[in-house]
Design a protein around this ligand. Structure first.
Ligand SMILES: Nc1nc2c(ncn2[C@@H]2O[C@H](COP(=O)(O)OP(=O)(O)O)[C@@H](O)[C@H]2O)c(=O)[nH]1
Ligand SMILES: [Mg+2]
Length: 331
């Protein structure tokens, strides 16, 4: 049986063969396996690719052990925590670490020299009743692109592109970053509702952070960013402007397009803490399953409190929830 592979497969295979960086090679191999149509004609090819993947993984493991760089392999995946994962990226010195420092309890190195951040670092940012996970990263510049960044960016929910209004080279440095990401097949867009037809590319929803706002009194630099990023949410920030940081927190939460649903037990007062997170448009059933997977079977109905509802209104599992609703599940 012929394998019948799409033309993109061969293109990607060429790149895979030419790639020297083991981590990127592994990613391309995984992508090839994903692209491969799954039928009898590709059985052998699939098995071969799986073997190559496992070999590449072993290679990465042992090279990290021998150099003592354990961190490196773990770097390209960070387990999501909280209501969403946001990765901060940008040119050197744009203020990524400063933002993670003021927004979370993490203490990344902040420095007035470039390349002070070498490893990704996470911190949890409070927003009202939830926490969002921020990832601080090393810069992207002609001198540095940490290859683990591609996977980290691909896996994050939202990208926060930190642009430095104080930098005369802001436009060039930002253009460089966009070009570099495109090489890595990551495209930054205001929304990521539609993924491209070419499965090798990934569109990432991105917010533009116009950082160090007080260094741009004329607003010229901000205007340049708006021109470069039409349609994007652009937020002006400074680490000494608390209001700007509050707007950033809210902007990031809104960008995640999730709602918070508070649950209560029958006969108890609700505590407005630790909400269940579901996507906008999420139903009673989706919220119930977040609590316990058995609830999908067992749920009979729910009572609901919230805007536009009667207190304790009885609803079915397909009822669409809104942010801040309080739900009592009946099983
Ligand atoms: N004027 C001004 N400087 C800032 C602001 N945020 C950070 N910086 C400075 O910018 C430099 C680089 O900051 P850092 O967070 O290390 O940048 P990173 O390389 O992107 O992580 C440091 O000297 C910071 O003090 C800000 O809001 N306004
Ligand atoms: Mg830094």
């Amino acid at each position: 049986m012929p394998a019948n592979l799409p033309p993109q497969y061969y293109e990607l295979e060429r790149e895979y063969k030419a790639e020297r960086d083991p981590r990127e090679k592994l990613r391309l191999a995984q992508e090839l396996l994903r692209m491969m149509p799954k039928h009898k004609g590709t059985d052998k090819l699939q098995a071969e690719m799986k073997a190559k993947i496992s070999k590449l993984k072993k290679g990465l493991d042992s090279s990290s052990r021998s150099s003592g760089a354990h961190q490196a392999v773990a770097n390209d995946h960070i387990e999501r925590e909280g209501a969403g994962q946001i990765i901060l990226i940008g040119p050197p010195n744009s203020g990524k670490s400063s933002l993670v420092d003021v927004l979370t309890a993490a203490n990344p190195i902040v420095a007035d020299y470039a390349y002070s951040t070498r490893e990704p670092m996470t911190g949890m940012m409070d927003f009202e009743t939830v926490q969002l996970q921020l990832i601080d990263t090393p810069p992207i510049s002609p001198d540095l692109y940490e290859s683990y960044l591609s996977n980290l960016i691909r896996n994050a929910d939202i990208v926060l592109l930190v642009c430095d209004l104080a930098d005369v080279g802001m436009e060039l440095n930002t253009q460089y970053l966009l070009k570099k990401l495109e090489e890595k097949r990551i495209i930054l867009k205001p929304e990521a509702e539609e993924q491209p037809e070419d499965p090798r590319f990934r569109i990432k929803k991105t917010l533009v952070c116009a950082h160090k706002e007080y260094e741009d009194e004329s607003g010229e630099q901000q205007a340049k960013l708006t021109e470069m990023f039409p349609g994007f949410t652009q937020l002006a920030t400074s680490i000494i402007d608390d209001d700007s940081l509050d707007r950033l927190r809210k902007g990031l939460f809104d960008a995640l397009k999730v709602i918070r649903v508070y649950t209560k037990h029958v006969g108890h007062e609700v505590e407005m803490v630790d909400p269940v997170i579901v996507p906008i448009g999420g139903t009673v059933e989706e919220a119930a399953v977040e609590i316990h997977k058995d609830f999908r079977e067992k749920l009979k109905f729910a009572k609901i409190w919230g805007q536009g509802k009667y207190d304790g209104q009885r609803v079915n599992r397909d009822f669409v929830l809104t942010d801040g609703d309080i739900v009592e599940f009946h099983i």
